[in-house]
Design a protein around this ligand. Structure first.
Ligand code: IPE
Ligand code: IPE
Ligand code: MG
Length: 242
Protein backbone atom coordinates (compact mmCIF):
# COMPACT_ATOMS: atom_id res chain seq x y z
CA UNK A 1 0.00 0.00 0.00
CA UNK A 2 1.15 3.55 -0.80
CA UNK A 3 2.24 5.83 2.00
CA UNK A 4 -0.48 8.20 3.18
CA UNK A 5 0.80 11.75 2.78
CA UNK A 6 -2.39 13.76 3.04
CA UNK A 7 -5.41 13.43 5.26
CA UNK A 8 -8.95 14.06 4.18
CA UNK A 9 -9.19 17.00 1.74
CA UNK A 10 -10.93 20.00 3.27
CA UNK A 11 -12.51 21.09 0.03
CA UNK A 12 -13.46 18.70 -2.77
CA UNK A 13 -14.81 19.97 -6.10
CA UNK A 14 -16.54 17.71 -8.62
CA UNK A 15 -17.12 18.11 -12.36
CA UNK A 16 -20.21 15.93 -12.59
CA UNK A 17 -19.90 14.83 -16.22
CA UNK A 18 -21.34 11.96 -18.24
CA UNK A 19 -25.09 12.14 -17.62
CA UNK A 20 -25.90 12.20 -21.33
CA UNK A 21 -23.66 9.24 -22.14
CA UNK A 22 -25.11 7.29 -19.23
CA UNK A 23 -28.59 7.71 -20.70
CA UNK A 24 -27.54 7.07 -24.31
CA UNK A 25 -25.91 3.79 -23.32
CA UNK A 26 -29.28 2.71 -22.04
CA UNK A 27 -31.08 3.99 -25.15
CA UNK A 28 -32.79 6.62 -22.99
CA UNK A 29 -33.15 10.35 -23.66
CA UNK A 30 -30.38 12.51 -22.15
CA UNK A 31 -32.66 14.04 -19.55
CA UNK A 32 -32.99 10.65 -17.82
CA UNK A 33 -29.25 10.83 -17.21
CA UNK A 34 -29.61 14.23 -15.55
CA UNK A 35 -32.36 12.91 -13.33
CA UNK A 36 -30.18 9.99 -12.30
CA UNK A 37 -27.34 12.45 -11.75
CA UNK A 38 -29.32 14.13 -8.97
CA UNK A 39 -29.40 10.80 -7.11
CA UNK A 40 -25.63 10.50 -7.43
CA UNK A 41 -25.30 14.03 -6.08
CA UNK A 42 -27.37 13.18 -3.01
CA UNK A 43 -25.14 10.18 -2.36
CA UNK A 44 -21.99 12.29 -2.76
CA UNK A 45 -23.28 15.01 -0.41
CA UNK A 46 -23.98 12.43 2.27
CA UNK A 47 -20.58 10.80 1.74
CA UNK A 48 -18.77 14.14 2.04
CA UNK A 49 -20.74 15.04 5.18
CA UNK A 50 -19.96 11.70 6.79
CA UNK A 51 -16.24 11.75 5.97
CA UNK A 52 -15.17 15.02 7.49
CA UNK A 53 -14.96 17.02 4.25
CA UNK A 54 -15.74 20.69 5.04
CA UNK A 55 -16.75 21.91 1.60
CA UNK A 56 -18.04 20.29 -1.58
CA UNK A 57 -18.33 22.34 -4.77
CA UNK A 58 -20.20 20.70 -7.62
CA UNK A 59 -20.33 21.84 -11.23
CA UNK A 60 -23.98 21.59 -12.21
CA UNK A 61 -24.40 24.03 -15.12
CA UNK A 62 -21.71 25.99 -16.93
CA UNK A 63 -21.98 29.35 -18.71
CA UNK A 64 -21.36 27.35 -21.92
CA UNK A 65 -24.18 24.88 -21.23
CA UNK A 66 -26.70 27.51 -22.44
CA UNK A 67 -25.64 26.53 -25.98
CA UNK A 68 -27.32 23.11 -25.58
CA UNK A 69 -30.71 22.43 -27.19
CA UNK A 70 -33.45 24.53 -25.65
CA UNK A 71 -35.35 21.50 -24.25
CA UNK A 72 -32.26 20.28 -22.42
CA UNK A 73 -31.55 23.72 -20.91
CA UNK A 74 -35.18 24.05 -19.83
CA UNK A 75 -35.10 20.59 -18.34
CA UNK A 76 -31.95 21.34 -16.34
CA UNK A 77 -33.39 24.61 -15.00
CA UNK A 78 -36.57 22.86 -13.96
CA UNK A 79 -34.67 19.95 -12.43
CA UNK A 80 -32.56 22.33 -10.35
CA UNK A 81 -35.63 24.16 -9.15
CA UNK A 82 -37.60 21.04 -8.23
CA UNK A 83 -34.64 19.33 -6.60
CA UNK A 84 -34.13 22.29 -4.30
CA UNK A 85 -37.75 22.63 -3.37
CA UNK A 86 -37.75 18.90 -2.54
CA UNK A 87 -34.41 18.56 -0.78
CA UNK A 88 -33.92 21.77 1.14
CA UNK A 89 -35.60 20.56 4.33
CA UNK A 90 -33.57 17.37 4.46
CA UNK A 91 -30.30 19.16 3.71
CA UNK A 92 -31.08 21.73 6.38
CA UNK A 93 -31.75 18.97 8.92
CA UNK A 94 -28.37 17.48 8.11
CA UNK A 95 -26.71 20.82 8.84
CA UNK A 96 -25.63 21.45 5.24
CA UNK A 97 -24.98 25.07 4.28
CA UNK A 98 -25.94 25.75 0.68
CA UNK A 99 -24.50 28.42 -1.59
CA UNK A 100 -24.82 29.11 -5.28
CA UNK A 101 -21.62 29.99 -7.07
CA UNK A 102 -22.09 31.61 -10.44
CA UNK A 103 -23.88 34.47 -12.14
CA UNK A 104 -27.42 34.89 -10.91
CA UNK A 105 -28.48 37.80 -13.05
CA UNK A 106 -29.44 35.72 -16.10
CA UNK A 107 -31.48 33.17 -14.15
CA UNK A 108 -35.28 33.40 -13.87
CA UNK A 109 -36.71 35.22 -10.82
CA UNK A 110 -38.20 31.90 -9.70
CA UNK A 111 -34.80 30.20 -9.63
CA UNK A 112 -33.14 33.22 -8.02
CA UNK A 113 -35.76 33.10 -5.27
CA UNK A 114 -35.15 29.43 -4.55
CA UNK A 115 -31.39 30.08 -4.25
CA UNK A 116 -31.89 32.98 -1.91
CA UNK A 117 -34.25 30.93 0.24
CA UNK A 118 -31.91 27.94 0.34
CA UNK A 119 -29.00 30.18 1.33
CA UNK A 120 -30.94 32.03 3.99
CA UNK A 121 -32.47 28.94 5.58
CA UNK A 122 -29.13 27.13 5.79
CA UNK A 123 -26.83 30.11 6.49
CA UNK A 124 -26.22 29.34 10.17
CA UNK A 125 -25.64 25.60 9.64
CA UNK A 126 -22.34 24.24 10.82
CA UNK A 127 -22.03 21.12 8.68
CA UNK A 128 -20.84 20.62 5.11
CA UNK A 129 -20.72 23.70 2.89
CA UNK A 130 -22.31 22.72 -0.42
CA UNK A 131 -21.41 25.14 -3.21
CA UNK A 132 -23.47 24.56 -6.32
CA UNK A 133 -21.76 25.95 -9.39
CA UNK A 134 -24.78 26.85 -11.46
CA UNK A 135 -24.47 29.22 -14.40
CA UNK A 136 -20.81 29.21 -13.44
CA UNK A 137 -17.85 29.94 -15.70
CA UNK A 138 -14.33 30.54 -14.43
CA UNK A 139 -13.70 33.28 -16.97
CA UNK A 140 -17.02 34.99 -16.27
CA UNK A 141 -16.17 34.87 -12.54
CA UNK A 142 -12.81 36.57 -13.18
CA UNK A 143 -14.37 39.21 -15.43
CA UNK A 144 -16.83 39.91 -12.63
CA UNK A 145 -13.92 40.34 -10.18
CA UNK A 146 -12.08 42.64 -12.62
CA UNK A 147 -15.14 44.83 -13.05
CA UNK A 148 -15.55 45.22 -9.30
CA UNK A 149 -11.88 46.09 -8.88
CA UNK A 150 -11.95 48.57 -11.78
CA UNK A 151 -15.03 50.19 -10.32
CA UNK A 152 -13.40 50.66 -6.92
CA UNK A 153 -10.19 51.99 -8.48
CA UNK A 154 -12.12 54.47 -10.61
CA UNK A 155 -14.07 55.64 -7.53
CA UNK A 156 -10.77 56.18 -5.73
CA UNK A 157 -11.63 53.52 -3.12
CA UNK A 158 -8.78 51.20 -4.04
CA UNK A 159 -5.22 51.81 -5.23
CA UNK A 160 -3.53 49.64 -7.87
CA UNK A 161 -1.10 48.34 -5.23
CA UNK A 162 -4.01 47.09 -3.18
CA UNK A 163 -4.95 44.65 -5.95
CA UNK A 164 -3.44 41.52 -4.45
CA UNK A 165 -4.10 37.80 -4.73
CA UNK A 166 -6.01 37.98 -1.44
CA UNK A 167 -8.15 40.85 -2.75
CA UNK A 168 -8.98 38.94 -5.93
CA UNK A 169 -9.74 35.76 -3.96
CA UNK A 170 -12.11 37.67 -1.68
CA UNK A 171 -14.27 38.62 -4.69
CA UNK A 172 -14.63 35.14 -6.19
CA UNK A 173 -18.04 33.50 -6.07
CA UNK A 174 -16.59 30.69 -3.95
CA UNK A 175 -15.35 33.05 -1.21
CA UNK A 176 -14.93 32.30 1.73
CA UNK A 177 -14.46 28.63 0.82
CA UNK A 178 -10.70 28.01 0.49
CA UNK A 179 -9.23 26.68 -2.77
CA UNK A 180 -10.15 23.08 -3.58
CA UNK A 181 -7.62 20.45 -2.48
CA UNK A 182 -9.03 17.86 -4.85
CA UNK A 183 -10.97 18.18 -8.11
CA UNK A 184 -12.71 15.03 -9.29
CA UNK A 185 -13.97 14.74 -12.87
CA UNK A 186 -16.23 11.88 -13.89
CA UNK A 187 -16.84 10.85 -17.50
CA UNK A 188 -13.17 10.57 -18.40
CA UNK A 189 -12.39 13.95 -20.01
CA UNK A 190 -9.02 15.42 -19.01
CA UNK A 191 -10.03 19.07 -18.91
CA UNK A 192 -11.34 21.76 -16.61
CA UNK A 193 -14.12 23.03 -18.90
CA UNK A 194 -13.90 26.54 -17.38
CA UNK A 195 -14.28 25.30 -13.79
CA UNK A 196 -12.58 27.15 -10.89
CA UNK A 197 -9.79 28.55 -13.08
CA UNK A 198 -8.27 30.68 -10.33
CA UNK A 199 -8.99 28.34 -7.44
CA UNK A 200 -7.61 25.22 -9.19
CA UNK A 201 -4.02 26.53 -9.17
CA UNK A 202 -2.71 23.81 -6.85
CA UNK A 203 -5.63 21.41 -6.68
CA UNK A 204 -4.94 17.72 -7.12
CA UNK A 205 -6.80 16.38 -10.14
CA UNK A 206 -8.55 12.99 -10.24
CA UNK A 207 -10.29 11.79 -13.39
CA UNK A 208 -12.38 8.64 -13.55
CA UNK A 209 -14.14 7.05 -16.52
CA UNK A 210 -17.13 6.32 -14.29
CA UNK A 211 -20.09 8.33 -15.57
CA UNK A 212 -21.60 10.70 -13.02
CA UNK A 213 -24.91 8.81 -12.47
CA UNK A 214 -22.86 5.70 -11.58
CA UNK A 215 -20.50 7.53 -9.18
CA UNK A 216 -21.01 5.95 -5.76
CA UNK A 217 -19.35 5.77 -2.35
CA UNK A 218 -16.68 3.34 -3.56
CA UNK A 219 -15.69 5.72 -6.32
CA UNK A 220 -15.55 8.64 -3.89
CA UNK A 221 -13.39 6.56 -1.59
CA UNK A 222 -11.00 5.68 -4.44
CA UNK A 223 -10.61 9.38 -5.24
CA UNK A 224 -9.83 10.17 -1.59
CA UNK A 225 -7.31 7.32 -1.44
CA UNK A 226 -5.59 8.62 -4.55
CA UNK A 227 -5.48 12.10 -3.00
CA UNK A 228 -4.09 10.74 0.27
CA UNK A 229 -1.14 9.19 -1.55
CA UNK A 230 -0.15 12.32 -3.52
CA UNK A 231 2.83 14.46 -2.69
CA UNK A 232 1.77 18.10 -2.80
CA UNK A 233 4.76 20.35 -3.33
CA UNK A 234 3.32 23.80 -4.11
CA UNK A 235 6.43 24.63 -6.08
CA UNK A 236 8.83 23.89 -3.23
CA UNK A 237 11.70 21.46 -3.00
CA UNK A 238 10.88 19.12 -0.14
CA UNK A 239 13.37 18.85 2.73
CA UNK A 240 14.22 15.21 1.92
CA UNK A 241 15.34 16.22 -1.59
CA UNK A 242 17.48 19.17 -0.61
C1 IPE B 1 -22.99 16.68 -17.20
O1 IPE B 1 -23.35 15.67 -18.07
C2 IPE B 1 -24.17 17.51 -16.78
C3 IPE B 1 -24.18 18.86 -17.35
C4 IPE B 1 -23.24 19.38 -18.09
C5 IPE B 1 -25.35 19.67 -17.06
P1 IPE B 1 -23.43 15.89 -19.63
O2 IPE B 1 -24.81 16.31 -19.97
O3 IPE B 1 -22.35 16.79 -20.10
O4 IPE B 1 -23.18 14.42 -20.15
P2 IPE B 1 -22.28 13.96 -21.37
O5 IPE B 1 -20.91 14.55 -21.14
O6 IPE B 1 -22.91 14.49 -22.61
O7 IPE B 1 -22.28 12.48 -21.28
C1 IPE C 1 -18.73 20.44 -17.72
O1 IPE C 1 -19.24 19.43 -18.53
C2 IPE C 1 -19.86 21.20 -17.09
C3 IPE C 1 -20.62 20.48 -16.08
C4 IPE C 1 -20.38 19.29 -15.63
C5 IPE C 1 -21.74 21.21 -15.55
P1 IPE C 1 -19.46 19.65 -20.09
O2 IPE C 1 -20.01 18.38 -20.61
O3 IPE C 1 -20.27 20.88 -20.33
O4 IPE C 1 -17.98 19.91 -20.61
P2 IPE C 1 -17.33 19.67 -22.04
O5 IPE C 1 -18.25 20.29 -23.04
O6 IPE C 1 -17.21 18.19 -22.22
O7 IPE C 1 -16.00 20.32 -21.95
MG1 MG D 1 -20.43 16.48 -20.71
Amino acid sequence: MKKQLNGVPQHVAIIMDGNGRWARRRAMPRFMGHRQGVKALKTAVRYASDHGISALTVYAFSTENWTRPREEVDFLMDLMYKTFVQEIEELNKEGVRIRQVGDRTSLTPEIRRVWTQAEEITAANKGLTLNIAFNYGGRQELVNVMRQLADRVSQGDLSIDEITEEEVASLLYTHPTPDPDLIIRTGGEMRLSNFLLWQAAYAEFYVTDVLWPDFGNDDFERALQSYAARERRFGQVLAKEQ
